[in-house]
Design a protein around this ligand. Structure first.
Ligand code: AMP
Ligand code: ZN
Length: 487
């Protein structure tokens, strides 16, 4: 096994040598999506960052148990105190579990489209109600939570007597108190910073369960503590998520676990950075929340064209996971070119004419790629070294440089290990796949004409026939997009 992997730990603010608690086993928990709408490409970036990390840990030989949850209850909206899934169900007049089912299926499809490996366990919050109720009781018994008017709140003041609330995000309690907003139920709390671990359900609330504190539902922060520790133990190696979850979500997870188990739950906290648009976090609420199907089909007012999922993945890998990445048509087109150049070169390796000498050393190149990856998963640097290989391959191909058979073989192995195994790319969006995308767009244009002429029989026929060959057409207010099921 290769050693010397260094990981930047957001909790300590330092790059640390990765030493799992129970070598060679690694427990990794990543906060999954709240399944109340289609994920946008920013959400996808976070999940792909951790997919790369998961793949690299597996490659190094660690036995990884990767847990990524599905939040199907408890995540409240920012502007009101309503559950995101309940709200969607209320607005659409459907069952909350219909909302959950629809967007869970959609999320899985998206992850598959981007060639992300499934986690080892994908627990859902509503499947862990009993465990959540038990954990709440443990926190109450330990003296760190109190019941008030049918809800249970975490007692920040009590916790702060012997712990430091805010240590992950570097926030100070006094500042936090000044910034608290007035929300429902605030008057039930001893301190405005206290957060609900169990929330009383009002009579018209649709997702609710009975508990010893009355009818209600669990808090979002609590579910992650329950599902991570249930499957990984009360101390585990890696906890990941987007940077925006550091506070309050992860801060609250640390507090809950310390309160219940008397231990810090996580050895390495990893936070991936945001996908931005004109420097601002990509978000549905700002109209910049481009969905994967829109990005692939090119059907969004902000897009000039569609892109292949592997080219999009490559675009993301060309930034370090802890850096922000700004989304633009130009940046994507440049990444698409780079990806195609990389794939073309890879395609040439097996046909290279070999000779008795090599102009370069594959061993040196390989060492540089591993050095970059062992430095907190530095994919942009690793890719830049692989581009050195691309130059060499092209020169040999043009008869301007030479390579031995042994080097040719190890170069092929190095490139396929990284490009496909660790970076999760798929072999080439070549011209024929671009043409097929163009053809689908042409067919959809004809379908739109049929629809505009009220020839619904033809437009439905086109949609059904495309679906039969694995191309799913999605109509929405913004227009029509498609996803290739076998992409
Ligand atoms: P949510 O469904 O809102 O809980 O978000 C799911 C994941 O996507 C979380 O880990 C967020 O940190 C992450 N996320 C949300 N917006 C962005 C963005 N613009 N760029 C990267 N990750 C994001
Ligand atoms: Zn979480």
């Amino acid at each position: 096994m290769k050693v010397g992997l260094k990981i930047y730990n957001s909790k300590t603010g330092k790059s640390e040598l990765f030493e799992p608690i129970n070598f060679p086993f690694v427990g990794m928990y990543v906060c999954g999506p709240t399944v109340y709408n289609e994920v946008h490409i920013g959400n996808v970036r976070t999940f792909l960052s951790f997919d790369m990390i998961y793949r690299y840990l597996l490659h190094l030989g660690f036995k990884v148990r990767y847990v990524r949850n599905i939040t199907d209850v408890g995540h409240l909206t920012d502007d009101s105190d309503e559950d995101k899934i309940s709200k969607k169900a209320r607005l659409e007049n459907i069952e909350p579990m219909e909302v959950v089912q629809r967007y869970t299926v959609d999320f899985h499809r998206t992850m598959e489209l981007f060639n992300a490996l499934p986690p080892s366990i994908e627990p859902v919050a509503t499947g862990h109600l009993i465990e959540q109720i038990e954990l709440i009781q443990m926190i109450i018994d330990a003296g760190y939570a109190y019941e008030s008017n049918g809800s249970v709140y975490f007692d920040i003041e009590k916790y702060s007597e012997s712990n430091e609330y805010g240590e992950l995000s570097g926030r100070k309690i006094d500042e936090l108190i000044q910034n608290t907003r007035d929300l429902d139920g605030q008057e039930d709390k001893k301190n405005p910073l206290d957060f609900a671990i169990w929330k009383k359900a009002e009579p018209d609330h649709i997702m609710k369960w009975s508990s010893r504190w009355g009818v209600g539902f669990p808090g979002w922060h609590l579910e992650c503590t329950v599902m991570s520790t249930k499957y990984l133990g009360d101390q585990f190696d890696i906890h990941g998520g987007g940077m925006d979850l550091k506070f309050p979500h992860h801060e609250c997870e640390i507090a809950q676990a310390n309160a219940a188990y008397g231990k810090d739950p996580v050895k390495y906290w990893l936070h991936s950075n945001m996908l931005t648009f004109n420097g601002r976090k990509m978000a549905k609420s700002e109209g910049t929340g481009i969905t994967p199907s829109q990005l692939i089909s090119g059907n969004h007012p902000l897009l000039e064209k569609g892109f292949d999922p592997s080219a999009i993945r490559f675009f993301m890998l060309q930034a370090h996971y802890r850096s922000t990445l700004d989304f633009s048509n130009e940046a994507l087109k440049a990444a698409e070119k780079g990806y195609q150049r990389m794939m073309e070169a890879y395609g040439k390796i097996k046909d290279l004419e070999t000779s008795g000498v090599s102009d370069q050393k594959v061993e040196d190149l390989k060492a540089k790629v591993y050095e970059a990856m062992n430095d907190d998963f530095n994919t942009p640097i690793a890719i830049s070294h692989l581009f050195e290989a691309v130059k060499w391959i092209n020169s040999v191909f043009d008869g301007k440089a030479s390579i031995t058979e042994e080097d040719r073989e190890s170069l092929e192995e190095l490139m396929s290990t990284f490009l496909f195994g660790i970076f999760g790319l798929k072999e080439s969006s070549d011209d024929s796949s671009n043409i097929s995308d163009d053809l689908i767009r042409l067919i959809l244009e004809l379908r739109k004409e049929a629809k505009d002429n009220k020839d619904y029989a033809t437009s439905d026929k086109i949609r059904d026939r495309l679906s039969e060959i694995g191309i799913v057409v999605k109509d929405s207010k913004e227009g029509t997009t498609f996803i290739k099921g076998n992409a």
